[in-house]
Design a protein. Structure first.
Length: 407
């Protein structure tokens, strides 16, 4: 039996995905129509979006709490360190964690630029291997954040891992003739490294919020400020704005206005993407946020197949990757409990099943008076222990999601 479980706050993941997709399309449009735009311009605008987005939401929440008003948007209960919520880590450790998170964020953004000198084994290798995020984030959260790995998690990660291995193997077997095996393997490993680094960024942010009660938007602000400091050294080597201004000296005024408007739109989209990305990390988990990155992979496979040169090998690859992408999506949804599979005990440790068992135990009828007092006490103790175990397990899964008033 298959049960589909949708939650009302999935709108946050959907908003993150839509805004991220639109920004990607806008980036491609700018690179096509304004080929002289340096890569550093996009990086600066992304950082600007992080700084403005993090600062504006944090100030809004801080002032709302200070005036004892309800936080209507992006409500986080632990937006400030309340009495009794003490920071567990030292300032130096927090500082270095934010530095590492900032580095991984810049690396994620610059991945395409870094990968371009190397011939990619295929045009959509990124989307095919993006589900490695779920595996990497799950392992990091289990051993660093003490998330509980349950049966449906283990089965899902195992099958996703097998599918990723098969995809990598088929990419090497059916690689283009002009790419040697060494470059093909390097391309796959570099893509894995990119997604694992992205997972580190998400898990560090999750750790700082869950363990040290730091506002995610304050973290976003600090990340943006450090990134701005880091990339400012690139001006010593090259001034991207000077190169761009020189190009526009020979362009029409209308094209200049269009270009400025598109850059403003790009910065606005970067603001939205970063706000929803870190917010989804808090109210969901890095694994749930990563699901949205590969959920539509079957549609991307269809698109790339329609625009590619048809051959027997391409058709075999297409069918193979479509099947594996659907399997990965299915078990990614099982891992995040959007699909509950009632077989082999996979449903026993899901949040809904634990909550149902706890509710049933709380509403057990009174034990018949014919039982001895000792039996009554023993049964009551057993029931209390069962309730405590179930509620503890439920709390262990939900304690991070409960940070959000919206969730």
């Amino acid at each position: 039996m298959i049960k589909i479980k949708l939650r009302k706050n999935l709108i946050y993941l959907l908003t993150y995905f839509i805004s991220s997709t639109i920004r990607t399309v806008l980036t491609m449009a700018l690179e096509i129509f304004f080929s002289y735009v340096p890569f550093e311009i996009f990086l600066y605008l992304m950082i600007l979006g992080e700084i403005i987005g993090g600062l504006s939401i944090y100030l809004y929440q801080y002032e709302s709490i200070k005036q004892k008003k309800k936080v209507k948007y992006f409500g986080i209960n632990l937006i400030v360190n309340q009495k009794g919520n003490r920071i567990k880590d030292g300032k130096i450790k927090i500082f270095f964690l934010i530095i590492f998170a900032s580095y991984f964020d810049i690396f994620r953004f610059a991945y395409g630029k870094l990968h371009s000198p190397f011939v990619q084994i295929s045009g959509n290798i990124d989307s095919k291997l993006s589900s490695i995020q779920t595996i990497a984030s799950s392992l990091l959260c289990t051993y660093a954040l003490r998330f509980k790995m349950k049966k449906h998690h283990k089965i899902s990660l195992l099958i996703i891992g097998i599918c990723l291995f098969l995809i990598s193997l088929f990419e090497i077997i059916f690689k283009p003739d002009h790419i040697n095996t060494t470059k093909g393997i390097f391309s796959i490993l570099f893509t894995f490294y990119y997604f694992i680094g992205y997972s580190f960024n998400n898990c560090i942010e999750k750790y700082l919020v869950d363990t040290n009660y730091i506002s995610p938007f304050l973290i976003l602000l600090f990340e943006g400020l450090f990134q701005l400091f880091l990339v400012s050294f690139s001006f010593i080597r090259k001034n991207p704005f000077k190169e761009m201004i020189n190009e526009f000296n020979i362009r029409s005024a209308g094209k200049l206005i269009l270009f400025i408007f598109l850059l403003f739109l790009y910065s606005l989209l970067s603001l939205v993407v970063n706000i929803y990305r870190i917010y989804c990390n808090v109210i969901y988990s890095p694994m749930a946020r990563s699901l949205i990155d590969y959920l539509l992979n079957p549609f991307f496979e269809i698109y790339y197949y329609t625009i590619s040169v048809k051959s027997e090998n391409e058709t075999i690859k297409f069918i193979f990757f479509i099947i594996l992408s659907l399997i990965i999506d299915f078990f990614g949804c099982i891992y995040n409990e959007y699909i509950i599979l009632s077989c082999c005990g996979l449903e026993q440790e899901t949040i809904d099943e634990i909550a149902n068992r706890a509710k049933k135990l709380e509403n057990l009828p009174m034990i018949k008076s014919t039982k001895s007092d000792n039996n009554k006490d023993k049964d009551a103790d057993d029931n209390d222990n069962d309730i405590d175990d179930d509620l503890y397990s439920l709390t262990d899964d939900e304690n991070r999601s409960s940070l959000s008033k919206d969730g």
